[in-house]
Design a protein around this ligand. Sequence first.
Ligand code: SD4
Length: 325
Amino acid sequence: MLNNRRSFLSKSFLAVTLGSLKWSDVLANAAPNPPSKGPLVIATWDNRKATAAAWEVLKNGGRALDAVEAGARIPEADPNDTSVGYGGFPDRDGKVTLDACIMDEFGNAGSVCFLQHIMHPISVARLVMEKTPHVMLCGEGALDFALKNGFKKENLLTPVAEKAWKDWLITSEYKPKVNWERHDTIGIVAIDQQSRISGACTTSGMAFKMHGRIGDSPVLGAGMFSDNEVGAAACTGLGEMLLRTLGSFLVVEEMRRGKSPQKAIITVLKRIAAKYPEQSRDNQIGFVAVDKKGRYGAYALQAGYQYAVYQNGENKVFDSDYLFK
Ligand code: SD4
């Protein structure tokens, strides 16, 4: 441990001398980390049912990839979750269109976007990763692929979501605001007993978006990114800002430079807020991240963001800290 710390500090000395690191960051990260306490899963919002499903896989020595898929499937099938899968609020034409992506510990990735009528886009994304030479399938092609692989065509528009859409049509005003809709888009990242890291993200996107609009969630590096050597990050919030900044990729890159998950997220949120000050003031973005040491972090632009963590046999939800106090 002492030797590791010494070698970390001498490497850091070089990095500071070369100008790629600040001492304040070095010292913060040089604090001995608690040893990895085994597997861990963390998800955006109060997705405790999802982290519980993921934990069932992790606690038995299962693969992080299976855990994040199992977790993501929970809100996808929940009619009361109006931001994901079945029950998700539709676009302004009344169509429920779904986006999802997944990455495994080898850096393989799969994604679907603008997918309709399929309850579990995350599992279709996984099949794209495992059964095709491609990474991303969209719309009709993604639907054909899903149907050919045994997925059922279903009506995903619940009466509650349909009513919300009809009410919205009266003013037809599209103005995303902080925590304006019940955000429950799930970004979920996990490390398993063998230190394999994976991530997933699934959503119905912003309610009453334009037909054809695709957000950050199915875009690798925007809604989620995972690199088994470093860690994984995923997010929720206004997709347009995350698409322009590739937020999840940036969080992983900040961890690669030596930052803890928490510090990496804060750095990225500050960068987004500096680049888009007005949109950042009026909108929400929240991240979760895990690193190879089994540490996690979460942070948001605004108050009101929550995240769920399952670790050491305990499933907890926390109010996230945030930038704009
Ligand atoms: C999107 N990031 O489509 C998603 C929305 C979201 O909870 O996170 N909703 O822009």
